[in-house]
Design a protein. Structure first.
Length: 219
């Protein structure tokens, strides 16, 4: 696995945010968002942006690109790449353990992901046997939602979910269905919609900053 992009907002970080990119991107994709969040100097965080492995992706004609798992079909009838999802969840678990070894407790670690990366962030956070600091799921969907009933009870886990109202790749109803599935599992996610496509917008960045500050200042 290629070393991730790591950015520390100050020395001796007291919290970590592990942020997974979307299909075909890499760990540098969300690197510019760190200064755009305009977090206070008093909040010392480590941002970790891993790179997905390169693999063939069925919906893109089998072209090899960075992907957390194969996507065979975006529709509900499509059979998800369970093996690939499980492997990437295990990879994310390893990044969490690495942060713990570096001195950041689990309850100070946020998992974040955009699009395909959000799938891995959601499943990893929700199946964790010990609660994390929070879950940030952007423009994403939730295959294997039937597994939620077997996951631990994390009703108090802070969750921020956002989606573009004009997303042509993952239409808004897919995001809303994922939100509803998480609600049915007992969580109370903050849900935001923005007038954008499959992207991130300035208002969303401001809302993420507010949410992160609330998460890390809650203790």
């Amino acid at each position: 696995m290629t070393d991730p992009v790591v950015i520390e907002t100050a020395s001796a970080p007291t919290g970590s945010i592990i942020w997974l990119h979307g299909l075909g991107a890499d760990g540098h994709d969300f690197e510019p968002i760190v200064p755009e969040l305009r977090l206070p100097d008093s909040l010392s965080l480590r941002f970790v942006f891993p790179h997905a492995p390169v693999r063939p992706v069925t919906v893109n004609g089998g072209m090899a690109m960075r992907a957390w798992f194969d996507i065979r079909d975006f529709g509900k009838a499509g059979v998800p790449d369970i093996e690939g999802i499980e492997a990437s969840c295990a990879t994310l678990d390893a990044f969490v353990e690495a942060e713990i070894e570096r001195g950041v407790p689990r309850h100070r670690i946020v998992l974040a992901g955009f699009s395909q990366g959000g799938v891995i962030a959601m499943h990893t956070a929700l199946r964790s046997h010990e609660p994390l600091a929070g879950l940030l799921a952007l423009s994403t969907w939730l295959p294997l939602s039937d597994r939620l009933a077997s996951y631990p009870d994390h009703a108090s886990l802070p969750v921020f979910m956002a989606h573009g109202q004009f997303d042509p790749m993952l239409p808004l109803p897919m995001g809303m269905a994922s939100r509803d599935a998480i609600r049915s599992a007992g969580l109370d996610p903050e849900w935001q919609e923005y007038p954008m496509a499959h992207a991130v917008c300035p208002q969303e960045i401001a809302d993420i900053s507010r949410w992160l500050q609330s998460v890390y200042n809650a203790e």
